[in-house]
Design a protein. Structure first.
Length: 88
């Protein structure tokens, strides 16, 4: 269920999601698959053993494959927005 371990805004920030502009970074799997996320986040395990203290993490995922001339967040629309455009 929905817990209180972190605010949804923190989740969006960590994983490169911009819900206001409905865009997100690409290639998040690279960050997860190569173990970088694990190595970075495990340093912030809670003393009580209840997961990660996200308040201690100051990080925002950015696509490492992105061409530096693009915006910080790739302009890929979320599914519902694409469906709305297709109906019009």
């Amino acid at each position: 269920g929905l817990g209180g371990a972190r605010k949804v805004t923190k989740f969006f920030e960590l994983y490169g999601i911009d819900p206001v502009n409905k865009v997100h970074e690409h290639n998040l799997c690279d960050f997860v698959d190569n173990g970088m996320m694990h190595d970075m986040f495990r340093q912030h395990l809670r003393a009580d053993g209840m997961g990660i203290d996200y308040g201690l993490i100051d990080y925002r995922f950015k696509d490492p494959r992105r061409n530096n001339s693009h915006n910080s967040v790739n302009e890929e629309k979320f599914g519902s927005e694409v469906e709305d455009e297709q109906r019009n």
